[in-house]
Design a protein around this ligand. Sequence first.
Ligand code: HEC
Length: 288
Amino acid sequence: MIRLFGILIGLGFTVVVLWALLWGAIEVGPVLAEHKQFTEPTAEHEYHREPKALHLSTDGPFGKWDLQQVQRGYQVYKEVCSACHGLKFVAMRDLAELGYSEAEVKAEAASWQVPGIDATTGEVNTRPGKPTDYFPSPYANDVAASSANGGKVPPDLSLMAKAREGGAAYVYSLLTGYREQPAELLREFPDAKSPPGTYYNPYFSALNIGMPPPLTDGRVTYADGTQASTDQMAKDVSAFLQWTAEPSLVKRHAVGWWWVGFLVFATILAWFSKKQVWVPIKPKRAKA
Ligand code: HEC
């Protein structure tokens, strides 16, 4: 009798589950048909590429900043990217971490114009930066930024290397990824032609980016004699943006190693104290 009951309840459950499955399948059909991207291939899906590999000196648990490289990256940011992108979370005094002396940091800060207030009239103006200032944004607000860039706002770059999947490698790939739109893409997706004012870049998720290619060979002149190829500048500025996004990266690794050492030490200590505690309780094995 009890067995029959069990079988009936089991059957009841099975029917309910199958019923739910059937209705689910019926309902999901039209939803999929409405969202074509789930069923039909799109240009973004077919042609978007994952970031290229980028090797930086900070890679791995023993990585260290290559200060020469990060300084070169700062130069690229200053001479090229800062025309459109801000770095509002980075203070100029932080440049001291890149190996600049106090006098050099002061001179660097003074070479930037930051928003200020006229001491007599109270009007808004600009003044040379001080080490305590943050890097200024090139536009007064997003409306100005967007109207100067064909409707696209250049994002602040302070945390960009943390904000995008792939980090510094993404920035590097994006800067070196501009190319002609492949003919085969246009054949497959005739509607996907880059709209005016955008540039084809397969590392950008929308494939067409509103940023004109910012780097060309020899765009800056490096003081340390490094050849300023597009690839080199892209690597350097990516290293710099990795630093702005996580200045404490190397310190974090060092602290991690300190903790590993401490935990190993604590484990050994615990082992010996365990032995000590058990001495009176565990009789020594009698010798045969
Ligand atoms: C002429 C202005 C201009 C310059 C110079 C410029 N950018 Fe941009 N950048 C833009 C605009 C506009 C966008 C937004 C594009 C969009 O959303 O389609 C952008 C977007 C970006 C993005 C974000 C892409 C994303 O995933 O959203 C990164 C990273 C970037 N720029 C890095 C740089 C770096 C590094 C430099 C210097 C080597 C630089 N840009 C120079 C205008 C510029």
